[in-house]
Design a protein around this ligand. Structure first.
Ligand SMILES: [Zn+2]
Length: 113
């Protein structure tokens, strides 16, 4: 499906991003299908994390997608989309049995470029 800023997925980051960012997500059927999967199986909003660094995370324990407040600012939309795709990849991996645990432990921190 395609999304609007008012979707429950974005309720906790709505103060940071706007519909122009959602339109970029909507332009990718693959990104939308991963978000659909996340929404339908987990049902949580994407979360902000107050930080001046660029970064995101997927928590296999809490099933939470989190992005730093800096990443969510309009000047870093490219980073947000890039990291959203990356973290949704971890979510997908988690649904397949979490085969890529190394990345969770050692690489899934802030400031990967
Ligand atoms: Zn990662």
């Amino acid at each position: 499906m395609s999304y609007t800023i008012d979707d429950s997925l974005f309720v906790n980051i709505k103060g940071y991003i706007d519909q122009t960012v959602i339109d970029i997500i909507n332009a990718s059927p693959l990104l939308c299908s991963l978000l659909d999967n996340y929404k339908n199986t987990i049902g949580k909003s994407i979360e902000p994390y107050d930080s001046t660094t660029i970064g995101g995370s997927y928590s296999p324990g809490g099933k939470t997608l989190t992005f730093t407040s800096e990443t969510l600012t309009p000047s870093h939309t490219q980073d947000f989309i890039r990291l959203l795709a990356h973290e949704l990849g971890h979510f997908y991996d988690d649904t397949q049995g979490g085969l890529n645990q190394f990345d969770y432990g050692f690489l899934d921190v802030y400031n990967f470029f």
